[in-house]
Ligand binder design. Structure first.
Ligand code: ZN
Length: 199
């Protein structure tokens, strides 16, 4: 079993954990006055290098992404790209049991498809996890985008909630593997998605 991140749909973690919901495209018209016009102004997240953040050493873990300028809440920052593969291929490629350390570059698109950012991935793969991050992953028509969940100041590290999917066979040892020390007052103690509420 390979562990994958999962996106959120406006805080509705329950649907995000199981499958991608179709989310209306948001903020496509976000545009700062005086900014570039045309296609570049509409899709700045397509630019390389990314205009919103840079990747450098993080105190949280390995490399991280840091805001280059103040970013408005709701801004689409980058698309999470990589090779699109089936879950079956992902499980063959990465096995948590034999790998020892959990792999962090898989992202669930839906119940068939996973994005593996270890292959042809971009800088989106360097954003670290926080239980209460300033960014969130949005699933939009089978594509994954990282967007600002809050207003972000230049220099802040960009973080979002990985919400690693829970599987029925997760053991206490797995829980320890995925323990979170993000330091947020709202830290739930685990990088795994919150357990779905019974209803
Ligand atoms: Zn945490």
């Amino acid at each position: 079993m390979a562990t994958r991140k999962s996106g959120t749909t406006h805080g509705n973690t329950r649907s995000a954990v199981t499958r991608a919901a179709t989310v209306p495209a948001r903020h496509l018209s976000t545009r700062q006055s005086g900014a570039k016009r045309g296609i570049r102004a509409r899709y700045p997240w397509k630019e390389e290098p990314n205009p919103y953040f840079e990747v450098r050493q993080s105190r949280i873990q390995g490399k991280g992404a840091f805001a280059l300028r103040n970013i408005k809440k709701g801004t689409r920052l980058i698309e999470y790209v990589g090779q699109r593969i089936t879950w079956r291929t992902a499980d063959k490629r990465y096995d948590d049991e034999t790998m020892g350390r959990h792999h962090t570059f898989l992202f669930t698109v839906d119940d068939r498809t996973v994005i593996d950012a270890a292959v042809n991935g971009n800088d989106a793969r360097f954003l670290n996890h926080s239980c209460d991050g300033n960014c969130e992953a949005i699933t939009d028509r089978k594509r994954i985008f990282l967007e600002a969940r809050k207003s972000i100041k230049a220099g802040e590290e960009l973080l979002y909630d990985y919400q690693y999917e829970r599987s029925d066979d997760h053991t206490a040892a797995d829980e320890r593997t995925y323990a979170c020390r993000c330091g947020s007052p709202k830290c739930r103690g685990s990088i795994l998605a919150p357990k779905p509420a019974e209803d």
